[in-house]
Design a protein around this ligand. Structure first.
Ligand code: PLP
Length: 351
């Protein structure tokens, strides 16, 4: 089976784990500092706090932005991984779900309607599948109404919007370094911001601060692996982009298939290569039968999953019935990519 995801580790990651074991300093050490500094440099944001998961990063970010009660409305897009909405619920806020657009990210036009109706405190654009959301429009709407913008950049390490990295486009951002992510630590996350007043608040939610908090720290093992993964990120993203371009070229005439599109002014890093087809279930089943780890991302919208309040999300609901993904990770060999291309063509042409 060609897996849908596969982290790519080398000698550097092996060595660093061994070094950390031998050093005896397995948490709160130099690798945590090294990762923190190199990741904030890479993204271009002033402050970076590594934590134990992406869900923890979102939760801490929301608490730091003042989300506490049902009065605090947080807008989330109809399509994302469930952690995006769960973090809002855990922080005590009220999530309101707004539809996505053709880029599979929060639709600024729908956001404008939600802002009028709900007066939200925070908006969470998710750079879904590795494509940046339309941040210029989203930021403009939020600036006018003094709404805070928290980017969910869990899937978009290295993606760019108008030349600027995702994770440095709003008031705060949250990353995940889960095993499948473009920078993989196994488990891990980070919160970034440029604002000193928010930086201090973040620290107090990670560990023993000036109010009760969970311990959500990262270990040296995660940070060491993450440091080396980060050094390889640009090369690995280029590999993902090349495979995606090849797929787009090869699949362009296949009937009924909607291919992912890189929108103008945005650099897509293809964390997930997501396609749509009305006979999605059949295609996924046949691909799996043929040894290709196809998977459905995401079968349900966030309001369906958590019964949350929402505006009209008919596009997201339609997308959730048609969307699926095929492997695009940088560990794919040329013959595996060719096999995937041939098999997808055969399966779609023979429906
Ligand atoms: C969009 C999105 N947000 C949040 C998360 C949560 O991250 P984690 O699994 O590290 O808690 C993930 C990934 O898993 C994700 O894909």
């Amino acid at each position: 089976m060609i897996p849908i995801i596969k982290p790519v580790f080398g000698a550097e990651e092996e060595q660093v784990v061994l070094q950390i074991i031998r050093s005896g300093q397995i948490t709160r050490g130099k690798w945590t500092i090294k990762f923190k500094e190199s990741f904030s440099n890479y993204i271009g944001a002033t402050f970076c706090h590594p934590v134990c998961s992406g869900t923890a990063a979102l939760y801490i970010a929301l608490k730091s932005l003042g989300i506490n009660s049902q009065e605090d409305v947080v807008i989330v897009p109809s399509m994302s991984f469930m952690a995006t909405i769960d973090a809002v619920i855990l922080a005590g806020g009220k999530p309101v779900v707004v539809d996505i657009g053709e880029d599979y990210c929060l639709d600024p036009f729908q956001l404008e309607k939600a802002v009028e109706k709900y007066n939200p405190k925070v908006v969470i654009p998710v750079h879904l599948f590795g494509q940046p959301a339309d941040m210029e429009k989203i930021n403009k709407i939020c600036e006018e109404k003094n709404i805070l913008v928290l980017e969910d950049a869990a899937q978009s390490h290295g993606a760019e919007y108008q030349g600027k990295k995702t994770g440095n486009l709003g008031d705060m951002s949250a990353f995940s370094f889960y095993a499948s992510k473009n920078v993989a630590m196994g488990e891990g996350g980070a919160i970034l911001t440029n604002r000193v007043s928010l930086d201090e608040k973040i620290s107090n939610w990670i560990e023993f601060g000036n109010h009760p908090a969970l311990n959500l720290r990262i270990t040296e093992f995660q940070a060491g692996i993450g440091y080396w993964q980060l050094q390889k990120l640009d090369d690995n993203n280029e590999k993902r982009r090349k495979i995606a371009q090849l797929y787009n070229e090869e699949f362009k005439d296949l009937p009924g298939l909607v291919l992912p599109k890189e929108f103008e002014g945005r650099k897509h890093v293809y964390h997930i290569y997501a396609l749509r087809h009305p006979q999605r279930d059949q295609i996924v089943e046949k691909l799996i039968e043929n040894g290709i780890g196809a998977r459905i991302y995401y079968e349900y919208t966030l309001h369906q999953l958590r019964g949350a309040e929402h505006l009209d999300c008919s596009f997201g609901e339609q997308v959730s019935k048609e969307i699926f993904a095929i492997p695009v990770h940088p560990a794919l060999k040329d013959d595996e990519v060719s096999y995937i291309i041939e098999t997808v063509k055969k399966v779609v042409n023979n429906l």
